[in-house]
Design a binder for this molecule. Structure first.
Ligand code: CP3
Length: 352
C-alpha cells in the first residue's frame, strides 16, 4: 500500500479543476475511455472477458495506461466494473456482452439481504487494489488516477432486477412496499461502498467518482426520501482531501438534490445545457461534462461545434472538467476523442 502523497502528479489540471483552482487548461477525460472503441483493448478482449482483464492487475493497469497514452487525457480511471465488489459479498453474476450485468440469484427479500456477506477487502477483491498499485506504477505520476464505485441505488437496481432494466419496477416495488428490506439493503451497500472507496484512496487514487447511473428514474421527492441520505453518508465519510464526483445520466430534474449530498463535482449529461448546470449549481460544485457520446461518435463539424459551445458556456467558471455525458460508444473513432482533447486544451490554455 502507498499513500497518494508519495508521487507528485505532473499534470495537475484535473485535480486543480476538482479543487476549483485555475488549471493550466480545462482537463479532459472520458467515461469508458478504456474500452472496446480502442484497437489495443479489442486485441486484449479477443480471448478474454472483461472480468479476466479486471482481475489481472497487469492487464487492468495496461488498459488504463493505453487509453491515457492514446488520447492524451488529463486523468486515468482504474479499470474495474461497478459489479466487482458485489462478488466479494457473495453475489454471483456475469457480464454479458452488449447487455450488461446478469445476477444469478436476484435479491428480493430481507433474508436475501441478510445473506449478503461483508465485503472482504483483503480476500476476494484484493485484485482491485493490486490493479491500482500497478496502474500508479505505470502512470508514474503523469496524470492522476480516479477510483470509483457504483452508488447504492444503482447497485441495488442490478441486485434486485437481476439484469439491466429501463424502469426498475421491482426496485421501486421494494422501495415503496418493503421499507425495512430497502433500508437494510441500502445500508449494507453504503457500508461496503465507504470501505471500498476508502481502501482505493489509501492505495493512491486521487479522486473518486460515484456512479449512480440509473437513479434518474426517481422523482426529486422519492430521491430525497429513499436515496439521498445514503449518498450523503458516502460523501461525508471519505477523506475530505479527495475530490468526490457524482455521476448520474438522465438527471436534469435532480441536480439540486445531488448537490445537497455534498459532492465536489457534479457530472451531468447532454440533456441539460451546461450553462444551466452552472446556474443551478451556484458555484457549490464543479461541473463535469457534457458532450453527447453520439456526437463524439459522429465527429466532424457538429461535434466540434458542440465542444466549442460547452467550452464557451463554461468560460470563467471554476471547476469545469470536460467529459462526455455518458460512456464512449463502441464504434467511436479514437481520433474523434483525440480531436476533442486537443480542441479543449487549445481553447482553454492560459496565455500566461
Ligand atoms: O474506462 C472506464 O470508464 C473504466 C472502467 C469501467 C467499466 N465499467 C468497465 C467496463 C467503469 C467505470 C464501469 C462502470 C459501470 N459498469 C457502470 C457505471 C457507468 C455507466 O455506464 O453508467 C455500469 C452501469 C456498469 C455495468 C456494466 N458493465 C454495463 C452496463 C456494461 C456494458 C455491457 C456491454 O457490453 O455494452 C458493462 C461492461 C463493461 N464494463 C465494459 C467495460 C469497458 C464493456 C464490455 C467489455 O469490455 O467487455
Amino acid at each position: 500500500m502507498r499513500s497518494s502523497k508519495e508521487v507528485v502528479t505532473m499534470n495537475a489540471t484535473f485535480l486543480d479543476a476538482c479543487n476549483k483552482k485555475e488549471p493550466a487548461h480545462t482537463p479532459v477525460w472520458f467515461m469508458r475511455q478504456a474500452g472496446r472503441y480502442l484497437p489495443s483493448y479489442r486485441a486484449l478482449k479477443a480471448n478474454r472477458s472483461i472480468l479476466d482483464i479486471a482481475k489481472d492487475p497487469n492487464l487492468a493497469s495496461q488498459v488504463v495506461v493505453d487509453a491515457v497514452d492514446a488520447l492524451d487525457v488529463d486523468a486515468g480511471i482504474m479499470f474495474a466494473d461497478i459489479m466487482l465488489p458485489l462478488e466479494g459479498m457473495g453475489v454471483e453474476f456475469k457480464i454479458e456482452e452488449n447487455v450488461g450485468p446478469i445476477v444469478t440469484n436476484p435479491i428480493r427479500t430481507l433474508d436475501d439481504v441478510n445473506s449478503l456477506k461483508e465485503l472482504d477487502l483483503e480476500g476476494g477483491i484484493g485484485y482491485v487494489f493490486d490493479g491500482i498499485d500497478a496502474t500508479l506504477r505505470k502512470l508514474d505520476g503523469r496524470v492522476p488516477l480516479i477510483g470509483f464505485s457504483g452508488a447504492p441505488f444503482t447497485l441495488a437496481g442490478y441486485l434486485i432486477e437481476g439484469r439491466p432494466s429501463r424502469d426498475l419496477e421491482k426496485t421501486k416495488q421494494m422501495m415503496y412496499r418493503e421499507p425495512e428490506t430497502w433500508n437494510s439493503l441500502m445500508g449494507t451497500l453504503t457500508k461496503m461502498i465507504v470501505a471500498y472507496l476508502s481502501r482505493q484512496v489509501s492505495h493512491g487514487v486521487e479522486a473518486v467518482q460515484l456512479f449512480d447511473s440509473w437513479v434518474g428514474c426517481l422523482s426529486p421527492s422519492d430521491y430525497e426520501r429513499y436515496v439521498s441520505q445514503y449518498t450523503k453518508t458516502i460523501m461525508g465519510s471519505l477523506d475530505s482531501g479527495v475530490p468526490k464526483i457524482h455521476f448520474c445520466a438522465n438527471s436534469a430534474s435532480l441536480l439540486e438534490s445531488f448537490i445537497g449530498t455534498g459532492p465536489d463535482v457534479l457530472s451531468v449529461d447532454w440533456r441539460v445545457p451546461i450553462s444551466e448546470a452552472w446556474e443551478r449549481s451556484e458555484n457549490r460544485t464543479g461541473i463535469q461534462g457534457n458532450l453527447d457520446p453520439a456526437l463524439a461518435l459522429a465527429g466532424g463539424e457538429r461535434m466540434r461545434g458542440e465542444v466549442g459551445t460547452i467550452v464557451e458556456q463554461s468560460r470563467g467558471r471554476r471547476g469545469h472538467i470536460f467529459s462526455l455525458g455518458h460512456g464512449v460508444l463502441r464504434e467511436t473513432p479514437p481520433e474523434n476523442l483525440r480531436d476533442v482533447v486537443k480542441m479543449v486544451h487549445d481553447a482553454t490554455r492560459s496565455r500566461a
